[in-house]
Design a protein around this ligand. Structure first.
Ligand SMILES: NC(=O)c1ccc[n+]([C@@H]2O[C@H](COP(=O)([O-])OP(=O)(O)OC[C@H]3O[C@@H](n4cnc5c(N)ncnc54)[C@H](OP(=O)(O)O)[C@@H]3O)[C@@H](O)[C@H]2O)c1
Length: 261
């Protein structure tokens, strides 16, 4: 497995790199420097959102990195309360990011039930207008995804949801897989006890850190990861996931953390 260059193809044909750089809670200089470091190290996927208030810093980092825009997969997200001004919000995101399209635009979380479909229509229309390459959702249930698909004939390409060993849910993964919706997992490190003996034993045996074990475990389940760090060594380590192999038994014992806490 060459994780660093591994991608999954979205329905429209765009290649989505399995390792993305998360930017929640990174602001101004910290956001700029962390994204610069990530792009320098080799990340080609950056995850931001209107909510994070760092799109301008991300945009500046992308521009100053010298990496071709076309080589970088950029995701941003629409807050549901901005749905009525969706196009204007998107145009602001594009301006701040310094680009004329994003690779993926997500609805950050589901709004009230009666606005689910109208909000989704805004994303479909932005895609038709060529302002976004792919449209998706975040924090949606499979049933909510079905509602959008049935109403518009357009299925979200991605669902970005909270995922970690403690939250591992094979049935939910299956629900996404059956629909062809790519799962992006967030807060996988934050929601994990990195001192858990199951993880430290596996890490020690492979000569890596528990954080690397957790991230690699997501990839073994074909879950896109979005690790965030403001430390260059960690940004590098979180991207360096192909120098070791988890055995089937390792993966299975990490899976059990969902049942044992
Ligand atoms: N769609 C949504 O609703 C949603 C919600 C939450 C997050 N997200 C996205 O997912 C991304 C990731 O989630 P997250 O930021 O919540 O959490 P995360 O990436 O799981 O964890 C970040 C925390 O882990 C630490 N860390 C990073 N690398 C480490 C390592 N190698 N060893 C030990 N600790 C390490 C970081 O500290 P240092 O900075 O000190 O290294 C930071 O405190 C976000 O940045 C955002 O892009 C989306």
């Amino acid at each position: 497995m060459t994780c660093m260059t591994l991608t999954v193809n979205l329905p429209g044909g765009t290649a989505l790199p399995l390792i993305g750089f998360g930017t929640w809670q990174l602001r101004s200089t910290a956001a700029y420097e962390s994204v610069r470091a990530a792009l320098d190290i080799g990340y080609r996927h950056v995850d931001t959102a209107t909510l994070y208030q760092n799109e301008a810093d991300v945009g500046r980092a992308v521009k100053d990195s010298g990496v071709d825009r076309g080589q970088i997969f950029i995701t941003t997200k629409l807050r549901p309360q901005d749905a009525r001004n969706a196009r204007r919000t998107l145009e602001s995101s594009l301006r701040l990011l310094g680009t004329d399209y994003v690779d993926l635009w997500l609805i950050h979380w589901p709004a009230g039930q009666e606005e689910l479909v109208s909000t989704w229509r805004e994303l479909v229309s932005a895609k038709d207008a060529g302002l976004i390459r792919n449209a998706g959702v975040s924090n949606y249930s499979p049933a909510q995804i079905d509602l959008l698909t049935e109403a518009t004939g357009q299925q979200p390409a991605v669902n970005q949801i909270s995922w970690s060993p403690a939250q591992h849910d094979p049935a939910l993964l299956d629900e996404h897989r059956r629909r062809g919706v790519v799962v992006e997992g967030y807060s996988g490190l934050k929601n994990t006890d990195l001192l858990n003996p199951v993880l430290t034993e596996i890490a020690q045996r492979h000569g890596v850190t528990p954080a690397q074990v957790v991230l690699r475990w997501h990839l073994e389940h074909d879950i896109v990861i979005l690790p965030r760090s403001s430390h260059r060594e960690r940004i590098a380590a979180n991207f360096d996931l192909d120098g070791f192999d988890l055995t089937k038994e390792d993966v299975a014992s990490i899976d059990t953390l969902a049942r044992t806490g």
